[in-house]
Design a protein around this ligand. Sequence first.
Ligand code: AMP
Length: 298
Amino acid sequence: MNPDDLWQRTLARTTQALASEALRPIETSYEYVDDGGVRFLVRVVANLRRKDADRRAVDPFSLPQSKQVNPFGPHDPELFVADLSSTHVCLLNKYNVVRHHLLLVTRAFEDQRRLLSEADCDALWRGLADIDGLGFYNGGADAGASQPHKHLQLVPLPLAPKGPAVPIAPLLPSAAADEIVRADALPFEHACACAPWGDQPYRERGPATHDAYLRLLRRVGLLPRSGPLPDSPAGPYNLLCTRRWMLIVPRSREYVEGISLNALGYGGALLVRTAADLARLKALGPMTVLERAAVAPR
Ligand code: AMP
């Protein structure tokens, strides 16, 4: 595929999949909630039952692979967008809240808890090369992943109609390409890198991104500082990656008071199911919710 086609293919496939109802968007309203120097975008879902039925009948991570129902292996051809590489395909997210939400899925089954590979990072940049978006990874069920088959995700920017393209981004410090930094305003463990790929062309950034990913995981204590790499990091985490920066956030739990969080939440875009959840989120403050689902700074 010519990767420049990815956006055009996304638009065309979305039109077809909406018409055939292979794509089942989740309708939301939204509002902004200011907390901790961030204008959080909070979406409120009228009805999550359909997605929950797919997702929560059984915890898919707890089943042996032979018993798992895997929506990505095989994937629904009506949601197929593109062949990204010999190892990855691009699909539409069937139950999308954000328009044009893409999944970057390994062709062969790999466990979502395993470390990302250089091939995963290459696939991510095949997406980011054509779509100025937020790439993200929910590393494990406690980080918000619902599917055990390895999948990165990509949503176009901006995340919110008003304000910064990624609400949390203004808190991230600028730094040299080889530095790993923290944002003083984030009250939980994390590590950030600013364009560790330097000025390499988009499609050549996979190896430098993979290298930075491993360094960020080491910095937050999810990988040993030396010795051979394990198959998986020591715990759940979220990865966020744009054309400009990368952020790793170790996680302790998926839910805080019934509110589920994934990597998008750490970008500043939250999703709640009901008005009662929204009220609880406002009472706690979104930054406190993020803090409770993460781990204390080391
Ligand atoms: P996560 O919940 O972060 O693991 O992301 C997996 C995504 O896959 C969810 O957002 C679901 O909406 C989506 N999904 C579930 N079933 C399918 C399917 N059959 N085809 C494409 N996407 C799906």
